[in-house]
Design a protein around this ligand. Structure first.
Ligand SMILES: *Cc1c(COP(=O)(O)O)cnc(C)c1O
Length: 377
């Protein structure tokens, strides 16, 4: 099928190309000054909370769970309305995942659903800012902390958004970002973790780099020699290279305009579809300043599959985000049953993500609206 309008794509300009080329001509390809600069540029979006750049949003989640110290016997309360990585990386640490159902309006976990999923073993609460609409962070922070758990916010969709006037990245103990091409900015592959607590930050930095401890005052054998570095806890190589960090810093200069353009397109869809019987437009709660990554339309009357096929046949690359995580066979094989989170399952059954990205034309939005209106009459 030629020329399928994608549901998401990157926006790259000549400044981005020049930023990458400049690094390629310099001395550092990997861990050099562009990493430090990208991390400090990112902290400009998290209200100053320090950030560790890593190789993907998945790596960011793995690093965040590693920094939290979870392992076998520990539980992570997690939203099922997310990409599998939010839960998979906790399982890879040996922890168990307990799914908390989502609110039917936003697809985000609520304080009440998280509360009912807590046990004495809960160490982390993992919320997702679904579609770019922040989770109810003011309520989730005390629920997690009162249970002795950390709040992890998977903000793969929501960098540039805010909740009650405070930016995403400044609320949770650990906030993770993804810079995959469809996300709100891109480094091709890339991600980051924002860490409020300095000791979590240090653990995140070390896990990203094999667990290597370089500062002599923390080494067990500090007199070994100037070359010496030692591993106290296992880590991985999740270092985001200078080449990609330069792209990230260049993209961040346009993040505010990306967020604004996405909001304009989002509002255009809502204006064109809110009076249509047979679909429900996305909710926005008071206090939310979303950074809309997705336009999650809900198709009523069991017609989602039909509308998906109709739009695809007409060249519109719609997507479905997401199958409830525990429906993946890997979770089913661990004993998770369908029916566990009824709101998430109903949300999934109706959800259809319409194309949304900064370079999408108003006329493309109008074409999608016209097709949906024709389908629904
Ligand atoms: C994209 C995404 C991830 C994973 O990010 P990658 O950069 O693709 O590894 C994790 N969680 C959510 C909610 C995502 O949308």
């Amino acid at each position: 099928m030629a020329d399928l309008l994608p549901y998401g794509r990157q926006s790259i300009v000549e400044d981005d190309v020049a930023a990458v080329a400049a690094v390629l001509r310099g001395d550092w390809l990997t861990t050099g000054p562009a990493v430090t600069r990208f991390e400090s540029d990112l902290a400009g979006w998290t209200g100053g909370v320090p950030v560790v750049a890593v190789t993907s949003g998945t790596a960011a989640l793995h690093v965040a769970y590693a920094a939290s110290g979870i392992g076998p016997g520990d539980e992570v309360v997690c939203s099922p309305m997310t990409f599998v990585a939010t839960a998979a990386t906790a399982v890879l640490r040996g922890a168990s995942v307990v799914f908390a159902d989502v609110s039917p309006d936003t697809g985000n976990v609520s304080a009440a659903s998280v509360s009912s999923a807590l046990t004495p073993r809960t160490r982390v609460v993992a919320a997702v800012d679904y579609a770019g609409h922040p989770a109810p962070l003011d309520a989730l922070v005390p629920v997690a902390h009162d249970a002795g758990a950390l709040l992890l916010e998977d903000a793969a969709h929501s960098i540039g958004g805010s909740w009650q006037g405070r930016p995403v990245g400044s609320w949770a103990d650990l906030t993770t970002f993804s810079f995959f091409p469809t996300k709100n900015l891109t480094t091709a592959e890339g991600g980051a973790v924002a860490c409020v607590d300095p000791s979590l930050l240090r653990r995140a930095q070390e896990f990203r780099n094999h667990g290597l401890v370089r500062s002599r005052d923390r080494q067990r054998f500090p007199d070994e020699g100037g070359w010496h570095q030692e591993v106290h806890e296992f880590g991985l190589n999740y270092r985001l290279p200078d080449v990609l960090c330069a792209l990230g810093s260049s993209q961040l200069k346009r993040l505010a305009s990306f967020v604004a353009r996405r909001a304009t397109l989002h509002a255009r869809y809502t204006a064109g579809l809110s009076d249509v019987d047979g679909v429900a437009t996305p909710a926005r709660l008071p206090g939310a300043e979303p950074a809309w990554h997705l336009y999650p339309l809900r198709v009523l009357g069991g017609r989602r599959r039909e509308l998906y096929s109709f739009l695809r046949e007409n060249g519109i690359g719609v997507q479905v985000n997401y199958v409830p995580v525990y429906w993946h066979p890997v979770f089913a094989d661990l004993g998770y049953k369908r029916g566990l989170c009824p709101n998430a399952e109903r949300f999934y059954a109706a959800e259809l993500s319409l194309p949304l990205f900064p370079d999408l034309a108003d006329s493309d939005v109008d074409r999608v609206i016209d097709l949906i209106r024709a389908f629904c009459t």
